[in-house]
Write a protein that binds this ligand. Structure first.
Ligand code: GLU
Length: 443
């Protein structure tokens, strides 16, 4: 058997970190098993689906390195869904319903008021030919439900959640098609999974009850259901599915200069029993990838953890890997000197400019200028070497009685031309003795 997975976003918005995680796990499982990974665009909703989001999804997957082995679009397959629907209709597994949304809501409220589960009562199956004719004459059009088989319990062995069992009679027959003929997600997805030979459906646990109904759809179509892996959802560090998390995606990662491999390293392991590690390639992640190691508790996503992983990864990246994103005149030795000090690649330019380029000297008060002259004299007399910043500021503190900001800030300004920037303890060795003395002698 060739493993085939699919990632099936609706192009009605940008991918967020939760979708990205689902895509990643589908891709990783396919890669690990030597199988195929399909991108399926669930764009049956013509009004809400947008080409810009289709492009965005492709671009984001490309940036993450999750290349697909094929792409399908549901909007090109309406005739296939129509044929599948007709077959199920002929087999008595779909039926027309005429209730309005208000009527259904009322039925729900009555059941809930009696402390009963709000399961659809199949009232539509009781309609007489005359009643149907009367509705049609009134201009009502039917929506369509899939008729669940109440007699057979629904079971599957979920790769994350283990044995799953549902009593079909406690589920409402799902609506699969609206009055206007448009499709809800459930049936087209099941038809596609059969047609496209999907062997493993990997998605969030919010789909578990859909799966219960879809298992019966597969059977009604004469197909055996694929394997399922429903993963626990991703939540923010405060433990909720926050709005912020729902809008966090590749655009924001790029803005923060996060490396794609950092996103992959974090999302591959978050919510599993394996530790998140700052790896620079996919191989070690593929090696440990196993649905059995996924926790059933929600996975917690924390921005700070992503930044930290990114930083640890950047510190290991080879010059060749980052060269095209570094300042043009920065060589391998420069990269190795700067690398341990940056949190991300976009910090590099600032460091490099300060360490090697021209700076502009700000004006200092007369008193501070005198302090810098004293610093120049002190530095000229000192051995350059370990802890030079600490030794210099220690000596100046003693000699001048300055402390805190008045001790550090004039030095930072004179040495870097800026009021803020990287840690001076790291910066001064990069600037080097000659350039440091030169800069201090400006005052
Ligand atoms: N388009 C569906 C969604 O985004 C697909 C779910 C599935 O993977 O089957 O929720």
């Amino acid at each position: 058997m060739i493993v085939k997975t699919r990632f099936a976003p609706s192009p009605t918005g940008h991918l967020h970190v939760g979708n990205i995680r689902t895509a990643l796990h589908n891709w990783m499982f396919a890669r690990k098993m030597g199988g195929q990974f399909l991108l399926r665009l669930d764009d049956t909703d013509a009004e809400r689906s947008k080409e810009e989001f289709v492009d965005g999804i492709r671009r984001d997957l490309g940036w993450l390195g999750l290349s697909a082995d094929g792409e399908e679009r549901q909007s090109g397959r309406f005739d296939v869904y129509e044929a599948g629907f007709e077959k199920l209709k002929a087999a008595g597994r779909v039926y027309p319903c005429y209730e309005t949304a208000q009527e259904l809501e009322l039925k729900r409220k009555i059941l809930l008021g009696r402390s009963k589960p709000p399961v659809y009562d199949r009232g539509a199956l009781e309609l007489t030919i005359e009643q149907v004719a009367a509705y049609e004459a009134e201009g009502r059009r039917p929506h369509w439900r899939f008729k669940l088989d109440h007699e057979t319990p629904i079971t599957w062995k979920d790769l994350v959640r283990g044995e799953q069992k549902f009593d079909a009679s406690l589920l409402s027959d799902p609506v699969i098609r609206r009055e206007d003929g448009s499709w809800l997600y459930m049936l087209p997805s099941a038809i596609d999974d059969v047609d496209m030979g999907i062997t493993h459906v990997v998605r969030g646990e919010d789909h578990v009850s859909n799966t219960a109904a879809q298992v019966q759809m597969f059977e009604a179509m004469g197909a055996s259901p694929p394997e399922f892996a429903h993963e626990a959802l991703l939540v923010g560090k405060e433990g909720k599915l926050s709005k912020r998390l729902g809008s966090l995606g590749v655009a924001s990662f790029r803005e923060q200069s996060i490396e794609p491999i950092a996103v992959v390293a974090l999302l591959a392991r978050l919510g599993t029993s394996d530790p998140v590690e700052p790896v620079t390639g996919i191989e070690p992640l593929l090696e440990t990838f196993d649905f059995a190691r996924f926790s059933r508790a929600p996975a917690r996503f924390d921005d700070e953890e992503l930044k930290l992983i990114n930083q640890k990864i950047v510190h290991q990246l080879d010059y060749a890997y980052v060269a095209d994103r570094l300042p043009a005149d920065m060589d391998e030795a420069g990269w190795h000197a700067i690398r341990p000090n940056v949190a991300n690649i976009s910090d590099v330019a600032d460091w490099w400019q300060i360490a090697s380029g021209e700076i502009e000297w700000p004006d200092l008060e007369a008193e501070d200028a005198a302090y810098i002259r004293a610093a120049h004299a002190a530095l000229a007399d000192m051995d350059w070497g370990d802890d030079i910043w600490k030794r210099l500021t220690g000596a100046l503190k003693e000699a001048t009685g300055r402390k805190g900001k008045s001790l550090f800030m004039p030095l930072r300004l004179a040495l870097t031309g800026k009021a803020h920037g990287p840690d001076m303890g790291e910066m001064l060795p990069l600037i080097g003795r000659d350039m440091a003395l030169d800069r201090l002698s400006e005052y």
